[in-house]
Design a protein around this ligand. Structure first.
Ligand SMILES: Cc1cc2nc3c(=O)[nH]c(=O)nc-3n(C[C@H](O)[C@H](O)[C@H](O)COP(=O)(O)OP(=O)(O)OC[C@H]3O[C@@H](n4cnc5c(N)ncnc54)[C@H](O)[C@@H]3O)c2cc1C
Length: 236
């Protein structure tokens, strides 16, 4: 039986606010009276629907950075990547009043019982990593390796004092790999492992964990958030 948080709803929303958080990250706030039925707070995945240049429509997966029930508003943080895709193109040109169709939410990962974590994220996974860091128990410890292509993309984060946030400022797609290799396995062998980045990078991260003796998939969530050279509908 599916849990209540796995129920999927369709919402027709409108853009109410746009703010440029950093040079590459744009926050788009949408609202709708229909969001009264939205039932998960910050961090779940949603599907967004966009027109494709060939006249079709495709869905893209994003993270609900914040949901404010009192205002019926959702914040979604879009990486404006190059080359563009349907979602990043829409976000680059969005204006207040534009419509956005949403399906979801998928229940967010629940790390409430985890007191030792290793989180790895690239820039498009920073909204998800930020939401996870906010929900960790206050006595959690561990490391968050967060890769950004330039120092201007670093943002303020809320996280437990025992979780060390290490920014990896490097524009290489696989910038997380040397940073991970430099971490002694003793620091994460017993930790909950979460990684979200380009698919090939996530594969290399998985291989690193296996080579370091962590073959079990328990307490591990490694997710390809995008694929180099491919649009989401061609690899998801
Ligand atoms: C669970 C989940 C949650 C996600 N949450 C967010 C989020 O909150 N914010 C966010 O910005 N993204 C998020 N993503 C990633 C986002 O879904 C992908 O980046 C998606 O491909 C963007 O769609 P698009 O239409 O812009 O590009 P697409 O049409 O899918 O791709 C077009 C081109 O852009 C390239 N491309 C796609 N994504 C990136 C990228 N991240 N960096 C560099 N090049 C890229 C592709 O390789 C391709 O060449 C999430 C993904 C998942 C699976």
């Amino acid at each position: 039986m599916s849990s209540p948080t796995d129920r999927q709803y369709h919402f027709d929303t409108r853009v109410v606010r746009i703010s440029q958080l950093t040079p590459r990250m744009r926050r788009i706030t949408v609202s709708s009276p229909e969001l009264a039925a939205f039932h998960v707070e910050n961090g779940p995945n949603i599907k967004l629907y966009f027109a494709l240049p060939d006249g079709g429509r495709a869905s893209r997966t994003y993270t609900v950075r914040h949901f404010r029930r009192d205002a019926l508003e959702l914040d979604i943080d879009f990486l404006l990547h190059e080359p563009d895709g349907a979602a990043s193109h829409w976000a680059r040109h969005a204006q207040p009043g534009d419509t956005l169709a949403i399906m979801g939410p998928r229940a967010p990962l629940d790390l409430a019982g985890e007191t030792h974590v290793l989180l790895l994220a690239d820039l498009c996974a920073l909204p998800a990593a930020s939401a996870l860091l906010e929900t960790l128990p206050a006595d959690s410890c561990g490391t968050a390796l967060l890769a950004v292509p330039a120092a201007e993309e670093i943002i303020a984060l809320q996280h437990p004092a025992g979780v060390r946030v290490q920014w990896v400022v490097d524009s290489a797609i696989d910038a997380l790999l040397p940073a991970l290799a430099a971490l002694p396995a003793s620091q994460w062998r017993d930790a909950y492992l979460w990684a979200a980045a380009e698919s090939g990078v996530v594969k290399a991260i998985r291989e690193h964990f296996i080579a370091a003796g962590r073959s079990s998939r328990a307490r591990t969530r490694l997710v390809g958030y995008w694929k180099l050279g491919q649009a989401e509908q061609d690899h998801a």
